[in-house]
Each structure stands twice: as C-alpha cells, then as structure tokens.
Write a protein that binds this ligand. Structure first.
Ligand code: CU
Length: 271
C-alpha cells in the first residue's frame, strides 16, 4: 500500500484554506453596522467562515488527491479492494467535527449571552405588527404611539416587545443585526443598543401575505434630547385593540356575544 504524502497534503490544505478565507473575508456580508451587537456577531461570522474554509479545503484536497492517485488504469477490469471499514479513521472523523461544532456552539452561546444581557437603564418600546403595517407604542412616555415610523435614542438599550395581531411577522433592521419573530398570542423580546445616529429601515422578514414585500417602516436613531422631544410631540395613545393579542380579542368578542345573545351567541349546546 502506498504511503500518503501527509506533509504535502497538509500544506496544500493550509494554502487552499488560507486563500479561500482571504477571498471570502473581502465581502461585506452584512452591510453597515449601527448597533453594539454588530461587532461580536460579525466577528462570529468571520470566525465561522475561516473554520469552514479550512474544512472545505481539507475535503477538496483529499478528494482531488484520491481522484488523481487512484484513478483506474486503462484496461484494468479488476475489482477494488474489499475494504470493510476502518475504526480508527471513523473515530477520528467523528471526534474532530464534534470538537469543532461544540467549540463554535460555545462561542455562539457566549456571544448571545453577551448581546442579550439587560442594561439597568433600558427603555421599552412596543412593536405591533399586522398585515401589512408596523406601529410602535412608547409605554414609558404616556403610552403614545406612532404609525410606520419608529424613533429610538442612540446608545441606549431598547427592549422591543414584539406583538403580532394576525399572522407571524418578523422584526429586522439589518444594521442592528438582531432579527426576531412576532408571534400571535405571545410577546417576544428583542434587545438592541443602537450606537449610530441615522435613518434605517425596519423590514418584515416572515412571508406574511400578499403585501409582505411592502411591510416596512422608517427607523430614526437620534440623540436622547431629540427623541424625548419627538415622543412628547406624539398625540395619540395606543388604541385599546392593539394592546390585546389576537386571541385575547377573540375571547372578549366571544364573551360579549354570549352576554348579548344567550343561545344564539354561544352556538354550541350547553346541556
Ligand atoms: Cu409581515
């Protein structure tokens, strides 16, 4: 049996992996960054790209070497070797990927734990989503609300409480990186600390119906003083119906019907 040129294969894999990493890291995968979570998340992605590049390189070099080295000779009609298995090889190619996956999972966990830690001075903003519009409630400012336009102060952690009035929607401002589903019947949280003043777009990223592509809202990140002034200028309070989840609204409607109509309201037999 021929011995493998381990040194050459290793060098080829390292070279291929390094070139691929350098090429892939040139792309601006996520675009502009405007929240404190963007740095750690982008670094995590870069590390994953580099690790994946070297794994891909090892596979390609091994496959390429085997294809060239053990290519069948012209006229060779014989069978291949009756190889049954190789326990040592199988242990190695199980243990190494497990170590890599566990390490990356641990790193991801640490990043998530870091970006989801709550600041003491965070503010809460309610996000209401429905086909096909976004509205926002500011519970710490007299429960005022704005339609289609979200304002938040810069360098302050915002605890977005996400609500859905009809179907599942998803809250995503690309520059903030965080993306979270709005689910009917429950309230989900997204913690974001915007760190750059500017105007961004909130995009629904859950296919929610015919108008999904148009389901966007303007996001304005501004200094605290400007934010305070803007919220103070809002006139309307959050309408009662929006404060309810779709299930709660349905329950109340049913209760009202039962009170009003007796038998016809409840429909089902009551014996
Ligand atoms: Cu939507």
């Amino acid at each position: 049996m021929t011995r493998l040129p381990i040194l050459k294969l290793t060098l080829a894999s390292l070279a291929f992996g390094a070139v691929q990493s350098v090429v892939l890291l040139q792309f601006d995968w996520f675009g502009g960054a405007a929240a404190s979570a963007a740095g750690p998340i982008d670094l995590l992605l870069d590390v994953t790209i580099v690790v994946s590049s070297f794994i891909f390189a090892i596979c390609c070099v091994a496959l390429g070497y085997a294809l060239i080295k053990w290519r069948v000779k012209p006229g060779d009609e014989s069978d291949g070797l009756p190889i049954h298995g190789n326990t040592r090889l199988e242990v190695i190619w199980t243990v190494i990927p497990v170590i890599i996956v566990v390490a990356l999972a641990g790193y991801s966990w640490a990043v998530l734990d870091d970006i989801e830690s709550k600041d003491a001075d965070r503010i809460t903003v309610n996000v209401y989503s429905q086909q096909f519009a976004w509205t926002f409630g500011y519970p710490e400012s007299g429960n005022k609300w704005s339609e289609g336009e979200l304002h938040v102060p810069v360098d302050r952690q915002i605890d977005f409480k996400l609500h859905a009035q009809d179907v599942i929607h998803s809250f995503w401002v690309p520059e903030w990186r965080i993306k979270k589903d709005n689910v009917p019947g429950i309230t989900t949280d997204a913690l974001v600390t915007p760190d750059k003043v500017g105007t961004y777009q909130l995009i629904c990223t859950e296919l929610c119906g015919a108008g999904h592509a148009t389901m966007r809202a303007k996001v304005v990140v501004e200094p605290q003083a400007d934010y305070d002034k803007w919220v103070a200028g809002l006139e309307q309070e959050v309408p009662g119906g929006l404060l309810l989840t779709a299930d709660q609204a349905l329950e109340i409607e049913q209760q009202l019907q039962e009170k009003e109509g007796g038998i016809e309201g409840s429909g089902v037999d009551e014996t």
